[in-house]
Design a protein around this ligand. Structure first.
Ligand code: IMP
Length: 191
């Protein structure tokens, strides 16, 4: 079976390829010659994941899936959530986002947070959503160079190192995306 993973984020593509069994061939946007910026204008993870997957299905005709992920920090009322990618502004990068987060968390004792991922699968115009989250804490400073995004400041519960200090394999075994992908694979193997 062939599925397009609708993302322009090469880190996500690499994580997903390491999580999906070989009988499911993952095509990238580059593989289908799609150079578009995918639309993400909804105010929920569910809405954005579906919007990206439907964009690729409607415009390129491939069965596909997309993921939308947010970091939800308890004491910030779930911020940055669906706005995680542009937390520090439209043209900001992960470092800017992390710096803003650490500043907001400065002096806070309650540091609980979740990463939440929604995957939208579109097969022959029919869609299905898969959701998963990973609980942890926001650290006081960055640690580690693996992974991407907010990984250097997130320690998952039950561990003493950040996602950015873990291998891709170790992160995938416990992460929000890893859990959501397990649900996707289980669905694909029974449908
Ligand atoms: P999106 O799902 O591509 O919209 O990502 C939203 C934001 O969360 C971006 O800033 C990503 O870098 C960040 N992000 C998404 N997935 C992860 C992850 O697994 N670890 C850390 N940050 C992530």
């Amino acid at each position: 079976m062939k599925l397009v993973f609708a993302t322009n984020n090469l880190n996500k593509l690499s994580e997903i390829r390491s999580l999906i069994p070989p009988e499911i061939e993952i095509l990238s946007l580059k593989d289908i010659n799609c150079k578009d910026d995918l639309p993400e204008t909804c105010n929920t993870l569910e809405g954005n994941a579906l919007q990206k997957a439907l964009y690729v299905f409607d415009n390129y005709g491939f069965n596909c899936f997309a993921d939308d992920t947010g970091l939800e920090v308890d004491i910030l009322g779930g911020e940055p959530g669906v706005y995680s990618a542009r937390y520090a502004g439209e043209d900001c990068n992960s470092e800017n986002n992390i710096n803003k987060l650490l500043k907001k968390m400065n002096g806070k004792k309650e540091r609980g947070a979740s990463f939440r991922t929604v995957i939208a699968l579109v097969i022959q115009a029919e869609h299905t959503l898969f959701e998963a989250h990973c609980r942890g804490i926001i650290t006081k400073r960055k640690s580690g160079v693996e992974g991407f995004g907010y990984d250097p400041v997130f320690i998952p519960n039950g561990f003493d190192k950040t996602f950015a200090e873990m291998s891709k394999h170790q992160k995938g075994a416990i992460s929000h995306r890893g859990q959501a992908v397990k649900k996707l694979v289980a669905f694909l193997s029974t449908n």
